[in-house]
Write a protein that binds this ligand. Structure first.
Ligand SMILES: [Zn+2]
Ligand SMILES: [Zn+2]
Length: 255
């Protein structure tokens, strides 16, 4: 997979709009100076921690000790997930959740229903995870689906907007309807790992069985917290014959 770098007419139009209306930071709404600082102001960029090596070669958890290389973490060794590899663009600390710019921008996108954030955040994800995406031989891209009730309330699936940008940038066909969520799962941030896995069990179904058989799938979500959602989606896809599942998220909550 290769990133297609030709600026389209739409990109040029975006540049013109930026010139007319100078861009604001997507997290704090402060002024942005210069094209280099795209999307966030210097203060917010400083707080955004990119996911860097060394990291878990399976779930993508960054290791605090920068001296070693990539290897499977204890959690993945104890209970290997159903996906082959997961990666996030950047991470934020689980504790001070409210204040962090990345958390703030994800909240705005999802709960503030800022559809317009889909394109810039999707582009950041596509460009920032070039190495990972280059290594994945994904043949089909799909978002983690929302339950129809939540979709009606929010009006859009944030993961689909991200997946669309990644699919476009790398020329991977997108299937937004293959995976379905048939059970709404309550927020489970307080639950232990095992409980989360149990709660997610059977939450997804596949609508068109033939579409994933023998294929490498790239699953896209906004945030990776415990990995329970990504794992259950992957289990469903694998059960229906998917060869390998890769998981890509914009953010990862780390403790
Ligand atoms: Zn800012
Ligand atoms: Zn791991």
């Amino acid at each position: 997979m290769q990133l297609t770098a030709n600026p389209s007419l739409a990109d040029r139009f975006d540049w013109f709009v930026d010139w007319l209306y100078p861009p604001r930071c997507r997290a704090c709404a402060g002024r942005i100076h210069g094209r280099d600082a795209e999307y966030f102001c210097a203060g917010c960029w400083q707080q955004i921690q990119r996911v860097l090596h060394p990291l878990c070669s399976v779930c993508g958890r960054p290791f605090p000790d920068a001296s070693g290389g990539d290897h499977a973490c204890g959690v993945c060794l104890a209970r290997p997930p159903h996906f082959a590899r997961a990666r996030a663009w950047a991470c934020y600390p689980r504790e001070e959740l409210e204040e962090h710019p990345l958390r703030r921008v994800v909240q705005k996108f999802k709960y503030g229903r800022k559809v317009s954030l889909g394109k810039p955040l999707g582009r950041l994800l596509a460009q920032g995870c070039e190495e990972f995406l280059g290594e994945c031989d994904a043949e089909l891209i799909m978002p983690v689906p929302l339950h129809p009730k939540r979709l009606r309330w929010r009006g859009f699936n944030q993961s689909l907007l991200l997946a669309r940008q990644v699919g476009r940038a790398y020329g991977i066909p997108l299937d937004p309807f293959a995976l379905r969520r048939n059970r709404a799962t309550p927020p489970q941030t307080q639950l232990p790992e095992e409980e989360r896995r149990k709660n997610m069990r059977g939450a997804f179904t596949l609508s068109s069985e033939g579409s994933v058989k023998g294929k490498n799938i790239l699953l896209v979500d906004d945030v990776y917290t415990s990995g329970a959602t990504a794992n259950e989606c992957s289990r469903t896809l694998k059960r229906h014959g998917a060869k390998r599942v890769y998981v890509l998220t914009l953010a990862r909550a780390v403790s």
